[in-house]
Design a protein around this ligand. Structure first.
Ligand SMILES: Nc1ncnc2c1ncn2[C@@H]1O[C@H](COP(=O)(O)OP(=O)(O)O)[C@@H](O)[C@H]1O
Ligand SMILES: [Mg+2]
Length: 248
């Protein structure tokens, strides 16, 4: 495994059900998927198709009822307690609504998830570097409410990178942003992948975002209904046509 290219993700026969009263709803229904190290995969599909649940299962935020998730050589679905906690710290997660802590400064939001490991001072230098990398140098002492939506998402991305993840899971990271800002956030993610080596799986409704990924996996009712390689024989600059053909 090349450490510069991100994690390989293998999903086999994954099932997640929810009980809603007497009914049982299958949110992820027998999903099998292999994701190459270093690729950027768009996870699409209508609301309720299981995108978030699948991301939560891969990030071990939720537990599968059946099937396996294997990241590099670790079978995540078999991990218990301490090992699971270590795995979660190594995966980056970015959410649609940023989930920043409003009373903490930008710098402390970035440091927060790794605080249990050593003290704040040990992490501040790296957090500053990451804020610089996401274009927020000089805003370390600001509060989240003083930033635009795009800036808040940049803070959330810097926070997700604190654990040096080789796998980044992003749940509609541009869903709350206008299209220009959304495109800039995707630029940032693609650039981080190129510079640091990461595998990125991102849920999105937006054709313009999906079109710039390496691969599109579309869910419908918890199942994979389409899986397309977007790197095949196309000029990567010519994403407008492709976006209009994707019909998300
Ligand atoms: N905690 C939960 N309890 C009950 N049902 C849930 C829960 N989380 C998700 N679901 C259901 O699972 C299905 C898939 O949801 P979700 O993964 O959020 O889809 P998406 O992210 O594509 O909108 C939906 O029908 C949703 O209502
Ligand atoms: Mg969702």
């Amino acid at each position: 495994m090349d450490p510069t290219t991100g994690s390989t993700v293998r999903i086999a026969g994954l099932v997640r059900q929810f009980r809603t009263g007497p009914e049982r709803l299958t949110a992820v229904d027998d999903v099998s998927l292999e994701i190459a190290a270093g690729s950027v995969v768009a996870l699409t599909g209508p609301s309720g198709s299981g995108k978030s649940t699948l991301l939560h299962l891969i990030g071990a935020i939720e537990q599968a009822d059946r099937g396996t998730v294997t990241v590099d050589d670790v079978e995540v679905t078999a991990l218990r307690r301490a090992a699971l906690a270590r795995y979660r710290q190594r995966v980056g997660f970015v959410f649609q609504r940023y989930h920043l802590l409003p009373a903490l400064t930008v710098l402390d939001n970035v440091i927060a998830p790794v605080l249990p490991r050593r003290g704040r001072a040990d992490h501040a230098a790296r957090a500053r570097e990451l804020l610089d990398a996401v274009g927020l140098a000089g805003r370390e002492r600001a509060l989240p409410a003083e930033l635009s939506g795009g800036q808040q998402q940049r803070v959330a991305i810097a926070r997700a990178l604190m654990g040096e993840p080789r796998l980044l899971l992003a749940d509609e990271p541009t869903g709350n942003l206008d299209s220009t800002t959304g495109a800039q956030i995707l630029d940032l993610l693609l650039d981080l992948r190129d510079r640091h080596g990461m595998t990125i799986l991102l849920a999105t409704h937006e054709p313009a975002i999906a079109a710039r990924c390496d691969r599109l996996v579309r869910l419908g009712d918890g199942r994979i209904v389409e899986d397309v390689d977007l790197t095949d024989g196309e000029d990567p600059a010519d994403t407008f046509d492709r976006a209009s053909r994707l019909r998300l």
